[in-house]
Design a protein around this ligand. Structure first.
Ligand SMILES: [Mn+2]
Length: 360
């Protein structure tokens, strides 16, 4: 298990590499170039230069996240082939730069969705929250405006200004794309890119839809066991794998996270573990919680035990955290609560590992 931390890059993140380095047991960062528009190729020189700077700070850079798939690919438009070519070129660059895992998603229009980026919790901390009525009761453009306003000045992956400007047109375009059509478009994409990922040595790891149900009438297809199984069968290669996000899938209590880890982990298809907790209040209403099991609805001990049982050797990160101790930062991505999450996950792992070896 290699512990990592999401870092948005110089000038994009209030947290420094030196701070991340000081979190006990930290191996590396997970990053992206969010200044490069979706669909464009990430230059090899920038990747290698950044990797060098990260390594000079004592951290590794082997995982990329939020390398988003262009909407034309998801929509299955004729123009998708040109974007698929760019995606393949980008995969080659990532491989040449030593990147091992690429986390992406296939959610129409929006990436993750929340109704509140700073919901006050009883202890005075704030966290991202999702209330179905608040989300479904508003015009998506209005919600997007609110999210932008409350993003503490940061550009959020999936909520980039250029995407938000095109919102009305995108919704119109998706009218002809139902879940089955979206599956077909995903299939077309994977069949085109996985052979290149294999050549480049970059494992693709799809992130489940967050939350794992349709919103705003848009289809969402990566939502639980059956869909993950279907996804893996499209191209039966270890390079077509998963980011198992406990918080995304776990927002639906029908998803048994430890069972999913045991199943897909034993198949060697989980390449990236996002581990966090959510507190479910009622169906389709939740807030993100501290990592500690009793603070939310998920059993993090069972989750880490499942990873241990399948001999998980991939990358893991604490995923989102709350805002605590007066920290101001990128919603979900402050330093303190995520660092506490790392310490807790490392503690669980040490105990589980030592127990499994008879206390040695
Ligand atoms: Mn996640």
């Amino acid at each position: 298990m290699k512990m990592t931390f999401r870092w948005f890059g110089e000038g994009q993140d209030s947290i420094s590499l030196d701070q991340i380095r000081q979190i006990p047991g930290m191996d590396g960062i997970v990053t992206s170039f969010i200044d490069i528009p979706v669909g464009e190729v990430w230059p090899l020189e920038r990747l290698t230069a950044l990797r060098r700077r990260v390594e000079e700070r004592g951290l590794s850079m082997e995982v990329i996240e939020s390398f988003n798939v262009h909407e034309d690919i998801k929509l299955g438009l004729p123009s998708r082939d040109q974007y698929i070519d760019k995606y393949r070129a980008a995969l080659r660059n990532l491989g040449a730069a030593g990147i091992k895992v690429l986390c992406y998603n296939f959610m129409p229009v929006f990436d993750w969705t929340r109704s509140d980026l700073a919901k006050a919790l009883p202890d005075g901390s704030t966290a991202l929250a999702y209330e179905q009525d608040k989300v479904e009761g508003v015009d998506p453009a209005k919600l997007a405006g609110e999210i932008e306003e409350n993003s503490a000045g940061f550009e959020l992956p999936g909520w980039e200004p250029e995407r938000l400007k095109a919102l009305a047109g995108l919704f119109e375009a998706y009218k002809s794309v139902d879940a089955e059509k979206l599956w077909k478009n995903l299939e077309y994409f994977l069949k085109a890119v996985i052979p290149v990922a294999e050549e480049a040595g970059v494992k693709m790891a799809i992130h489940p839809d967050d939350p794992p149900w349709p919103i705003f009438g848009l289809p969402r297809i990566i939502t639980g066991e059956k869909s993950l199984e279907r996804l893996l069968k499209i191209v039966d290669s270890p390079y077509n794998g998963l980011t198992l996000c406990s918080g995304s899938l776990g927002a639906n209590p029908a998803n048994d996270i430890p069972a999913l880890i045991r199943k897909f982990g034993a198949m060697g298809r989980i390449h990236f573990a996002h581990v966090r907790n959510v507190k479910i209040h009622s169906p389709h209403n939740f807030n993100e919680a501290a990592h500690l099991s009793r603070e939310g609805s998920l059993d993090l001990y069972e989750i880490m035990k499942a990873y241990h049982e399948v001999g998980y050797e991939g990358y893991i990160r604490p995923d989102h955290g709350r805002m605590i101790w007066g920290e101001k930062g990128r919603p979900g991505y402050g330093l303190y609560d995520r660092a506490l999450g790392v310490a807790y996950l490392n503690g669980l792992w040490e105990a589980i590992d030592k127990d499994a070896r008879g206390g040695r």
